[in-house]
Design a protein around this ligand. Structure first.
Ligand code: MEV
Length: 412
């Protein structure tokens, strides 16, 4: 499979679909689903959330050129913002010249929290340690399927948080995002803890600060391709983010552009990933960028990313939404771990692309292309006129509906 399809963006829609059909494992029904532009039925929507009145759309695009751990991928991205998919594809094109992305991840361990009230820390800690095997067994009785697949509750930690004692149940959630499994286990063992520790329990809920579910990705970007000045510009842009939380937040927002788009396309809970990522960015006590950059012995730029990625490929939104199933099929991933590694790589690509643009021509030029085309359509342009008018507006640095109308008149 080769994801480096030349000028994919210039192909008409049906040719893009044909190219995907040739290069991926998408099934015939899934291609028909894409062509139908109807993601799912009312009945499916009604099973997903309450009070359904319709289905809200987002464009689904694919980023090309990605090579991750030696394998090519088409990356499905659902996003409303222009330039993000083009930027990711462009970054991946540069990265693949020096081997693409190398990614690795920890086990898929999530934390479930149980808040203990009126408990004495040392005493509760000792009691829980003595009964750890019993508590793990009770937790695992909740999810025999997960245990059958090698997952389940694996460990217990006890912490102090203010006046509360907090029990952390560490659960290997395998290929699920894991919220349901973890929450059920916490609720199931809480009465046992109340008996053992002679206390009350308060909240029983998973923590999205998924510090045991960490993914790292790395890529080299050739100095020959970028030029020394751009390499230094990107390093300086990153140092700015290290020094200033105001910049770091925007730096990380750019990373999340890519991460959320893949999370949404695969039916995952992007709010959970966002919450975990920003908490991770602040773990030192100061809000920091999630990426880092350096220059290697040959002058190439080395980009790295590290963050928690809590995603699944089974259950929840991934299972019920046929578009999410389609995205997972397109990626060809067989585990949540692999999906997390892809997502981290896309985050790094997105960040590299943003810093490259910001350190050189600025981002407005790229951002304005589709915006200018939209204005041309609003002004009444059709067919080839749209691109022509958009280009003229960008070159003239005058982008407005009024300007589009003027150029349209001139074309007639
Ligand atoms: C825009 O959606 C994202 C950027 O602002 C990210 C950045 O500034 O690094 C371009």
């Amino acid at each position: 499979m080769n994801s480096a399809i030349k000028k994919f963006y210039e192909l008409p829609w049906n040719k893009r679909l044909n190219a995907l059909a040739m290069e991926s494992a998408l099934k015939k029904e899934q291609l028909e689903l894409l062509k139908s532009l109807k993601p799912f039925s009312f009945e499916t929507a009604d099973r997903m959330v309450e009070n359904v009145i319709g289905i809200f759309g987002l464009p689904l695009g694919v980023a090309t050129n990605f090579k991750i751990n030696g394998k090519d991928f088409f990356i499905p991205m659902a996003i409303e913002e222009s330039s993000v998919i083009a930027a990711a594809s462009n970054a991946a094109k540069i990265a693949r010249k020096l081997g693409g992305f190398k990614a690795e991840s920890s086990e898929q361990l999530m934390i479930g929290q149980i808040q203990l009230k009126n408990a004495k820390f040392e005493k509760a800690k000792a009691t829980i340690a003595r009964h750890k095997a019993l508590l793990l067994r009770k937790a695992n009785e909740c999810d025999k399927v997960l245990c059958k697949h090698g997952g389940g509750a694996k460990d217990i930690e006890v912490r102090k948080a203010g006046k509360f004692v907090v029990l952390h149940l560490i659960v290997d959630v395998r290929d699920a995002m894991g919220a349901n499994a973890v929450n059920s286990m916490c609720e199931a063992i809480a009465p046992e803890i109340e008996k053992l520790c002679n206390c009350h329990t308060g909240l029983k809920i998973l923590s999205n600060f998924a510090v045991h579910r960490i993914v790292k990705a790395k890529a080299k970007f050739s100095v020959k391709e970028l030029g020394k000045k751009t390499v230094q510009g990107i390093i300086d842009a990153w140092k700015f983010a290290c020094a200033d939380p105001f910049r770091a937040v925007t730096h990380n927002k750019g990373i999340m552009n890519g991460i959320d788009a893949v999370a949404i396309a695969t039916g995952n809970d992007f709010r959970a990933i966002e919450a975990g990522a920003h908490a991770f960015a602040s773990k030192s006590g100061k809000y920091k960028p999630l990426t880092k950059y350096s220059i290697d012995g040959s002058g190439n730029l080395v980009g790295e990313i590290e963050l928690p990625v809590q995603v699944g490929i089974v259950g929840g939104g991934t299972k019920i939404n046929p578009m999410a199933q389609l995205s997972i099929k397109l990626l060809g991933v067989k585990s949540a771990k692999e999906l997390a590694e892809i997502i981290a790589s896309v985050g790094l690509a997105q960040n590299f692309a943003a810093l490259k643009a910001l350190a050189t021509e600025g981002i407005q030029r790229g951002h304005m292309k589709l915006h200018a085309e939209n204005l041309a359509v609003q002004a009444g342009a059709k067919g080839k006129q749209i691109k022509k008018i958009a280009e003229r507006m960008i070159n003239a640095g005058k982008i407005s509906e009024e300007q589009a109308r003027k150029f349209l008149e001139e074309l007639k």
